[in-house]
Design a protein around this ligand. Structure first.
Ligand code: ADP
Ligand code: MG
Length: 256
C-alpha cells in the first residue's frame, strides 16, 4: 500500500491539431517502477500522448500530473498553454524522451552528446557529469565509443547512446517513442536488451512500440489505442493472451 502519487498521471486528455481531434479523452497512469506500453495502429495517437505528457505538445483538455503536481495552464481550448516555464522545464527534464530517430548531435562526440544537457540545462559540474556520462555509456554497452561521432556508430549503438543521454538527466521516467523502429532486426535486439535491463532495475517507463514481443516481455500494463481512445488495456498476459475487443484481435493478428 503506497500513498506516493504516480510519477505520471494523464487524465482525460484531449488534443486536436486545428479541427482534427486526435486524442479524445485518454487516462493513463504510471506509478514508480511501472512499465506502461502503448500499442495501436499508425495514427492512433501514441506519439501524441507521449509528447503531450512531457509538454512537447499542448493539449486542450484534461490534466497532466507529475508526481502529483498538476501542470498549471493558462488560457483554454486551442489557446491553452502551460503557465509556468520553470514547471515545464522541471517536468520535461524529468520525463526524458528517446526518439525513433535517435536525434543525436552529429557534430558532437558520443560523450559530448551525453554530457550536453546535464551541463547546459541542469548546470551540473562538468567533471561530475563526465564521470556519470561515461558510466551510463558503459551501462548501455558502448563505453568504448565515447570519442566517436554518431555517424561512426551503427543504428543500434546510436540508439543506445540516446538512451545513455536520457539516463544522464537522471529523470524520474523514460519515455520511448518507437525506439527500435528505425533499426534492422539484428540491431533491434541490442536496444531491447538495454530496455529490458532498465525495466528489471525498476525504472518507470512509457514505451510506444510496434514490437509486441517486447511489449509482452517488459510491460506491467499495456494500453491499446484506437483513433485517439483507449480501446482495451490490461496486464500483458491478459491483453495479448485473451484480447476481448475485435479491433485488438485484428490488430494483433496483423502484427504477427
Ligand atoms: P501514432 O504515433 O500512433 O502513429 P500520432 O500521435 O503520430 O500517431 O498521430 C495521431 C494523429 O495525429 C494522426 O492522425 C496524425 O496524422 C495526426 N498528427 C500528428 N502530428 C500532427 C501534426 N503535427 N499536425 C497535424 N496532425 C498531426
Ligand atoms: Mg508515432
Amino acid at each position: 500500500m503506497t500513498t506516493e502519487p504516480p510519477v505520471i498521471e494523464i487524465s482525460n486528455l484531449h488534443k486536436a491539431y486545428g479541427s482534427l481531434e486526435v486524442i479524445k479523452g485518454v487516462t493513463i497512469t504510471a506509478r514508480r517502477g511501472d512499465v506502461v506500453s502503448l500499442i495501436g495502429s499508425s495514427g492512433s495517437g501514441k506519439s501524441t500522448i507521449l509528447r503531450c505528457a512531457n509538454l512537447l505538445e499542448d493539449s486542450q483538455q484534461g490534466d497532466i500530473l507529475f508526481k502529483g503536481e498538476p501542470v498549471r495552464w493558462t488560457g483554454s481550448g486551442l489557446n491553452r498553454r502551460p503557465a509556468d516555464p520553470a514547471q515545464v522545464l522541471r517536468i520535461r527534464t524529468n520525463l526524458a524522451m528517446v526518439f525513433q530517430q535517435f536525434n543525436l548531435w552529429a557534430h558532437l562526440t558520443i560523450l559530448q552528446n551525453v554530457m550536453e544537457a546535464p551541463v547546459t540545462v541542469l548546470r551540473r559540474p562538468r567533471a561530475e557529469v563526465e564521470k556519470s556520462a561515461r558510466a551510463y555509456l558503459e551501462k548501455v554497452g558502448i563505453g568504448d565509443k565515447c570519442d566517436a561521432y554518431p555517424a561512426q556508430l551503427s543504428g543500434g549503438q546510436q540508439q543506445r547512446a540516446a538512451i545513455a543521454r536520457a539516463l544522464a538527466m537522471e529523470p524520474e521516467a523514460l519515455l520511448f517513442d518507437e525506439p527500435t523502429s528505425a533499426l534492422d532486426p539484428e540491431l533491434e535486439q541490442e536496444v531491447i536488451r538495454v530496455i529490458k535491463d532498465l525495466a528489471a532495475e525498476g525504472r518507470t517507463m512509457m514505451i510506444v512500440t510496434h514490437d509486441m514481443k517486447m511489449a509482452r516481455d517488459v510491460s506491467d500494463h499495456v494500453v491499446f489505442l484506437h483513433q485517439g481512445l483507449i480501446e482495451e488495456q490490461g496486464d500483458p498476459e491478459t491483453l495479448f493472451g485473451a484480447p476481448r475487443s475485435e479491433r485488438l484481435r485484428q490488430f494483433l493478428s496483423s502484427t504477427m
